[in-house]
Design a binder for this molecule. Structure first.
Ligand code: ADP
Ligand code: MG
Ligand code: ZN
Length: 611
């Protein structure tokens, strides 16, 4: 409806503009020549003037020869006395046919129309246009007034649970929700309460939005979709009213689903962190709480929300009667990755050599979105090579592109830099063979990618849930190897090792403070941290230990790093020839694949040591 109003306003404005330009064009065609009051007075005195029409403050003059002139006077000046003041004799004035038009009101109205109403109309049209643009989205079939809620009615790209690979448990739980919506009576008769809020939690790209849309497709009830950031976008002070609107719209359409995406944008813990006390976000959040509390027992609206930051959500949101059902979406495991890859290969010509299992082995830690991206990139790659089908190699190349950013072959590096990078990467690769418990090398390259100068791609053979201390130490040694190799080869180190050192320090600190792997401090954790498994990172570390312990922690961290460095040093020093061989191959070929690498180091017969 809003759309239509906007459209007709736009048309109206256009018509207006055209009319005005036509009018002004017509007017300019035989526009009377303007003259000053005193030359008009002279003309009257000379008897050249036939008639004068006083039209508000305009004097339209017609001369005896038919020529038209125009002059203006002050609004409240009387024409006759004006002319007298200019010294026009009375008889000359009397010879002029004088006509006074009494159309001042019409004039004023027209003036007002032109100067006030038209710009207002234009402005309104512009606003409509802008808000419509802002509310625009791919899936939007309808846009509801102020709330910018999108209703999925576009059944053409309606998706169902079939379109979500993996995520079995999440789908099961959501199936229950769908059932609630379809047969509320079945549950109400047994005295069951209909769930109010369901919170989908998971890392970015794990398919939260996708699943929510699938629920809509399955339930066959109206599905209202709003991103929490839209509550607070553009205009300050409308978050709460938009929330009210959104809930009202959903209630009117009940049974229905209201999906609030990225709820952390407003659901951040109140009174914590930035933004101070009574800001926009907080009021919006309060309104959401109020609305959810206001649901009757049989209000058949389910609020679905998604977030990748459940750690910062206000606890009030999670209380019973609100988002008391929580569904965690994890990153896909190996077989789920295979399913997702297969799903996203639909509609793409896949070459006979493609083995999705192998691809899934190479993509631990990839989210559904990453995998979708891999398949898309490989199609682009195949097209760029003018191939008819996507090959396994296309997919492998895309994995690296998604993982590390695009190759920057064009970035010219000097021979010296190339040499340093080659020995640096050779160091990583060599040590990964030289220590026990290290993950196998998949690829080494000195072509820079994204921000990395070169890289040694080392992937675990399987998805790991648990990792041992030995494995961590092996990782540390491999991480330190680039640095050590540069130092041993050139007697100097470069900035190329900085991110290695950062990663190594982080791992070492975790070993001590989180995993209780320090012999000196024993199996104790330090710092009050709450780590969400799927986020894989620490949220907040509150110091709950003394300065003395802090010093010991630092010592232990340094100890682990030193130990790893020593191991790396031993391997690199003891296998200088192997190192040189790898570096040489890298300089020549820039990239070495797994098979070639192991063929290269085999003759040297390295005996893996423990770190
Ligand atoms: P989130 O909202 O969790 O950040 P999305 O739902 O927007 O992630 O997922 C982004 C894209 O990744 C989806 O559009 C889909 O193409 C792909 N994707 C993610 N998870 C899956 C899955 N389990 N099955 C199929 N595709 C997936
Ligand atoms: Mg999303
Ligand atoms: Zn490195």
């Amino acid at each position: 409806m809003v759309k239509q109003l906007g459209k007709s306003l736009a048309i109206l404005t256009a018509v207006f503009l055209v009319l005005i330009s036509i009018l002004s064009l017509a007017e300019s065609r035989n526009k009377p020549e303007p003259i000053s009051l005193n030359s008009l007075a002279q003309k009257i005195t000379a008897g050249e003037v036939s008639t004068v029409t006083v039209d508000y403050n305009t004097l339209r003059v017609v001369l005896n020869d038919g020529q038209k002139l125009v002059a203006s006077k002050e609004v409240d000046a009387n024409f006759v006395s004006l002319m007298r003041d200019y010294g026009v004799p009375a008889e000359s004035l009397q010879a002029v046919g004088l006509e006074v038009k009494d159309n001042t009101t019409k004039e004023i109205v027209l003036n007002a129309l032109a100067t006030i109403i038209l710009p207002l109309l234009l402005l309104a049209g512009l606003m409509m246009f802008l808000t419509r643009r802002a509310a625009g989205g791919a899936n939007q079939a309808f846009s509801f007034g102020r709330a910018n809620i999108h209703l999925f009615t576009n059944f053409k790209d309606r998706i169902s649970f079939k379109d979500v690979a993996g995520a079995k448990e999440a789908k099961q739980e959501l199936e229950e929700v769908v059932d609630f919506l379809k047969n509320p009576k079945k549950f109400l008769d047994l005295g069951a309460k209909i769930p109010r809020g369901v919170l989908l939690m998971g890392p970015p790209g794990s398919g939260k939005t996708l699943l929510a849309r699938a629920v809509a497709g399955e339930a066959g009830v109206p599905f209202f979709h709003i991103s929490a950031s839209e509550f607070v976008e553009m205009f300050v002070g409308v978050g709460a009213s938009r929330t009210r609107d959104a809930f009202q719209t959903a209630k009117k359409a009940s049974p229905s689903i209201l999906f609030i995406d990225e709820i952390d944008a407003v659901g951040r813990e109140r009174g914590a962190g930035l933004g101070g006390g009574h800001d926009e976000r907080e009021q919006t959040l309060n309104q959401i709480l109020v609305e959810m509390d206001g649901f009757d027992r049989d209000t058949n609206v389910i609020v679905l929300a998604a977030t990748n930051r459940p750690d910062i959500l206000d606890p009030a949101l999670l209380r019973p009667g609100r988002f008391d059902r929580r569904i965690v979406l994890d990153l896909p495991d190996m077989s789920e990755r295979e399913d997702i890859l297969r799903l996203h290969s639909k509609g793409k010509p896949i070459g006979p050599d493609v083995d999705f299992k192998k691809v899934s082995v190479r993509t631990p830690g990839f989210s559904g979105a990453d995998l979708a991206n891999v398949m898309n990139e490989s199609a682009i790659l195949a097209a760029r090579h003018n191939a008819k089908v996507i090959s396994q190699q296309n997919i492998y190349d895309s994995i690296e592109k998604v993982l590390l950013g695009p190759e920057r072959r064009s970035k010219i590096i000097s021979d010296k830099e190339k040499n340093i990078t080659a020995f640096h990467e050779a160091g990583h690769a060599l040590v990964s063979v030289g220590v026990k418990n290290s993950d196998p090398v998949h690829k080494i390259s000195i072509i820079s990618r994204g921000r990395a100068g070169g890289y040694t791609l080392k992937l675990p053979t399987e998805d790991q849930r648990l990792k041992t201390k030995d494995q961590f130490l092996a990782d540390l040694a491999v991480l330190m190897a680039g640095f050590v190799s540069e130092k041993e080869t050139f007697g100097d180190v470069s900035t190329g090792a900085s991110s290695d050192l950062k990663n190594a320090s982080e791992i070492a600190r975790k070993l001590v403070t989180r995993f209780g792997m320090s012999d000196k401090l024993g199996p104790i954790t330090f710092g009050d941290t709450e780590e969400l498994v799927f986020l894989g990172r620490e949220i907040s570390a509150e110091k709950n230990y003394s300065e003395k312990v802090a010093a010991i922690i630092d010592d232990e961290v340094r100890g682990f790093i030193a130990r790893a460095e020593r191991a790396a040093q031993k391997i690199i020093k003891g296998n200088g020839k192997a190192l040189a061989k790898i570096a040489e191959a890298l300089l020549k070929e820039e990239t070495i694949e797994q098979d070639e690498f192991y063929r290269l180091v085999k003759p040297f017969g390295l005996k893996p040591i423990t770190v």
